[in-house]
Write a protein that binds this ligand. Structure first.
Ligand code: MG
Length: 358
């Protein structure tokens, strides 16, 4: 090696050590097609946190959907990530597992912001490897289950209209949990005899009411019920479970992998969401924890764009049920990624998440 080669090498090393990763965050307002009402809230838009992570000439894109229910919002999440910005700017993104473990240790709460970072890192990793993320996890995209399409709480007339708009979807997820439940299900059943899944979003207040409503739903062609009682009522959920036949799925009662053992006796399955868990890696751990305990797994989402929904979709070959429709509920999705054909999730084949601008 000549002196000039050595000098060039040293220069390259210096350039590498000085090249900082670029982290850009942005709060984006996603507008809902229909006013979105569930048992605990109503909204016309959601502010989600988007994150771009650029290193070595490649940019990974991430998104996290903070929920007021979990006392999170996008601005605070954006601020929380500023506390680790210096480390993210100098990190080696190939150490994504170590990076996320460190961020989980240092940043309290703000799981949606952690999700935005994790998704961006995993998109970066997939792009660098030149493979779609499902392949990184060793999965077969043909194993992805059908996704439900969610119908928020509304008047019977609008409910009927929404059900007609969802003609393409073979299974619907109906939001209940207010005193309009009977009218809602009657409106749905006046238009379709499709299988239904029902989400009460903690709306029923006693175990007796939950049993009565679930036994009634069993006669309406409903396959499963999500979070019938408030999150803290774990013992009451176990009581309900002994008295009904359909599977009961924990959502608000089970946010992280460490919550899964706490709900194991009281629920048949858990609804795993990237924004609750804090990203793809955390969601993967949560799925494996549920499987180790013999539980069923649903993969859900928030109101979010194709960025976060596609990230979740790459794990969907692992689960029993998918509810990945958040991007279909908004009017201004900035990206395209996972598609749905007759309810079936079609994963993109491009590297990383496989997103393209809309
Ligand atoms: Mg739910």
């Amino acid at each position: 090696m000549t002196r000039r080669d050595l000098g060039r090498l040293a220069g390259a090393a210096l350039a590498t050590s000085q090249a900082r990763n670029r982290i850009e965050t942005e709060v984006v307002r996603l507008r809902l097609r229909h006013t979105w009402t569930v048992a605990t809230s109503t909204s016309d838009y959601r502010d989600n946190l988007f994150l771009r992570f650029t290193a070595q000439g490649v940019t990974g894109l991430g998104e996290g959907a903070p929920l007021a229910r979990y006392r999170e919002n996008a601005r605070e999440g954006q601020q929380a990530l500023e506390n680790v910005r210096a480390d993210l700017e100098t990190c080696d993104p190939w150490q994504f597992g170590k990076i996320m473990a460190e961020v989980f240790r240092r940043v309290p709460g703000n799981f949606a912001a952690k999700c935005a970072l994790d998704v961006a890192l995993m998109d970066w990793v997939g792009k660098k490897l030149g493979i779609p993320l499902y392949r990184y996890f060793g999965l077969d995209p043909r194993d992805s289950p059908l996704t439900t399409f969610s119908i928020g709480i509304d008047t019977p007339e609008v409910t009927r209209q929404k059900v007609r708009e969802a003609a393409e979807f073979p299974v619907l997820k109906i939001k209940v949990g207010l005193d309009t439940d009977e009218a809602t299900i009657a409106a749905v059943r006046s238009v379709t005899d499709k299988p239904l899944r029902v989400d009460a979003n903690e709306g029923w207040k006693s175990k007796e009411e939950a049993v009565r409503k679930i036994l009634w739903l069993e006669r309406q062609g409903v396959e499963l019920i999500e979070q019938p009682l408030p999150a803290h009522m774990i013992e009451e959920s176990a009581w309900v479970r002994e008295r009904v036949n359909m599977p009961i799925i924990a959502d608000e009662a089970c946010l992280h992998a460490e919550d899964v053992p706490k709900v194991a006796g009281a629920f048949d399955g858990v609804n795993v969401k990237l924004a609750k868990a804090g990203g793809i890696l955390a969601a993967w751990r949560m799925i494996q924890t549920a499987r180790a305990l013999g539980m069923k797994v649903m993969l859900g989402c928030m109101i979010e764009s194709s960025v976060a929904v596609t990230a979740a979709a790459h794990l969907s070959p692992l689960v029993d049920w998918a509810d990945l429709d958040g991007n279909l509920l908004i009017a201004n999705d900035p990206y395209r990624g996972v598609r749905v054909r007759e309810g079936r999730l079609i994963l993109p084949d491009a590297p990383g998440l496989g997103l393209t601008p809309a």
